[in-house]
Design a protein around this ligand. Structure first.
Ligand code: F6P
Length: 538
């Protein structure tokens, strides 16, 4: 902590003056990506201390354990081997000593056959017509990943229209039904557990919609499932031949590489999906082999922990300067905050330090007109990850150059700020009189010295997108090791789910005053439910 106190007094700009080699030292390349962390409030000694911390937390061993299929998800006694999903033929990726890559490849082959039959019109609906629209029904990791990747790779999409329904809000399906024709719509019910209430409610509604149009027999032509739970899928009425499985050693928020990625294959084809897998695999190999000082996920993770635990910055902002990455922050939010939003460590002890900060953001340049005022002049510091794509997927080269200029400029503006002397010099010609001149000048000062990373992707193509996503998956794991928490369970979401059932009863039965365990329902819930009941039209 002594070092942190010293570093807080340092102007990052001075570090560039003191060390001409800073940018080289504080950057690295992997899987075609380039990461510049030189604008972080960190010295070379900071990095040395962080690498010592990583060693003290046995990070290299933790990385080895992850790739060897050990039960790193200790509370559920499971491996977390999402890297196996993108491992090429011939790779050995063991779970409980058994290589799982062959079965991964089998599922990929089934996905390819199925997707091609839908994309080329062979797959027919109950009326004998081909499919024009696919609707993925799923939530959390069964939605955010494929939704984000389909949007990011829109430049590669074919004619099949792919839609996503996640929220329990009937608006989602109701709006979609107005656009779709039952006979030409295929539903993918994606749920690892196949017990998630939102997904099953939406699935049941979709089922009724199809049956109303094509009869019970239509279900077999208009529904496929992606799940670990074959029994519940069968109970819903989807046969095994239309079920794409994945495994309990794949966490929901790490599952887009599995059959959960089926909407992506339907949208852009299997060859592009394989490129996505290939980019992620390249990042896996880098993570596994690169020495800590030039290991991209390790650098990102360590400096993130430095900002959170030593400089006490309470949030992390991510701003992709790419409109097609508009869902990226949503996906990353679940990845980071559902993985490391924990306060009990692997030994069952309450942690006495911060774990993951709040992660938020938006796309640039729009975000500059939304929350960048806070980033530049707010009292708190919010470190930013800028993500820039060098080559556009469109012909408007001039606009793209301007977009990149904004991204670079914002990072520099956060670094430099604008001091009082500079502001006063700028205001002098206005001839403004005191005291308003002084107030105005002080209101226009930007403190600067605000840290950021800049990540460069050559293009927003499947390969580099895969590398980007795997980079953040491994950053999340690195930080879980530093914080000694389990990145792969999510018990915190269970209570809300349980109480939702009680909430429903309170809304439906005025007499209900106690919870499932006999506990009193809080008066607020009771009053709100009573008011809703009284004011509801039907
Ligand atoms: O948010 C809780 C959670 O269990 C996530 O981890 C998961 O991605 C999501 O709900 C959906 O779960 P399932 O894929 O089992 O429907």
């Amino acid at each position: 902590m002594t070092h942190a106190r010293e570093v807080r007094q340092i102007r990052i700009l001075d570090l560039f003056k003191q060390d001409r080699g800073r940018v080289d030292r504080f950057s690295c390349e992997a899987a075609g990506l380039y990461l510049d962390v030189s604008k972080q409030q960190a010295t070379r000694r900071t990095l040395r201390l962080l690498f010592k911390l990583a060693q003290a937390r046995r990070l290299p061993n933790a990385i080895r354990r992850l790739f060897s299929g050990e039960a790193v998800n200790s509370t559920e006694n499971r491996a977390a081997l999402h890297m196996a999903l993108r491992s090429p033929p011939g790779t050995f990726m063991p779970v409980a000593g058994r290589n799982v890559v062959p079965e991964v490849l089998d599922v990929l082959a089934r996905m390819e056959r199925f997707a091609e039959s839908v994309r080329n019109g062979e797959w027919r609906g109950y009326s004998g017509e081909s499919i024009t629209d696919v609707v993925n029904i799923g939530i959390g990791g069964s939605d955010l990943g494929p939704r984000m990747v389909c949007q990011a790779l829109a430049a590669y999409a074919g004619t099949l229209r792919v839609h996503f329904v996640a929220n329990l809000d009937g608006t989602c399906l109701s709006d979609l039904f107005r656009q779709l024709t039952p006979s030409r719509t295929l539903f993918i019910i994606t749920s690892k557990t196949f017990t998630t209430q939102e997904t099953l409610s939406n699935a049941a509604t979709a089922r009724r919609w199809v049956v109303a149009a094509g009869g019970e027999a239509a279900v077999g032509r208009h529904f496929v499932a992606v799940s670990v739970n074959a029994v519940e899928v069968q109970r819903f009425g989807i046969p095994a031949k239309h079920t794409f499985t994945f495994w309990d050693w794949v966490g929901g928020r790490y599952s887009l590489w599995s059959a959960v990625g089926l909407p992506v294959v339907l949208a852009v084809g299997m060859s592009r999906f394989r490129e996505l897998l290939s980019g992620a695999h390249a990042m896996d190999e880098h993570f596994r082999a690169a020495p800590l000082p030039k290991n991209m996920p390790v650098l990102l993770g360590l400096l993130g922990a430095w900002n959170t635990n030593f400089l006490n910055y309470t949030s992390q902002v991510v701003v992709p300067y790419a409109q097609r990455l508009e869902h990226f922050v949503d996906w990353l939010g679940q990845l980071e905050m559902e993985s490391n939003g924990k306060s009990v460590d692997l030994d069952g002890r309450a942690v006495n330090y911060t774990t993951t900060p709040v992660l938020w953001g938006g796309v640039g340049t729009s975000a500059q007109h939304a929350f960048f005022q806070l980033l530049h002049q707010g009292p708190a510091v919010h470190p930013v990850d800028f993500i820039l794509v060098i080559e556009p997927a469109h012909e408007l080269a001039d606009q793209h150059r301007l977009l990149l200029a904004h991204g670079l400029a914002q990072a520099s503006a956060l670094l430099r700020g604008k001091d009082l002397v500079t502001v006063q010099r700028e205001l002098a010609p206005t001839g403004l009189q005191q005291p308003s001149a002084d107030v105005l000048a002080r209101s226009r000062v930007l403190p600067g010295n605000r840290p950021s990373n800049t990540l460069l992707l050559p293009r927003l193509d499947p390969y580099h997108l895969g590398a980007l996503l795997a980079l953040y998956e491994h950053r999340t794991y690195v930080q879980s090791v530093l914080w000694h928490v389990n990145a792969f369970d999510q018990f915190g979401v269970e209570l809300g789910k349980q109480m939702a059932q009680r909430g429903l009863q309170v809304l439906e039965e005025p007499s209900v005053h106690a919870g499932a365990g006999g506990e009193d329902l809080d008066p607020s819930l009771q009053r709100l439910a009573a008011r809703i009941r009284r004011l509801q039209k039907h």
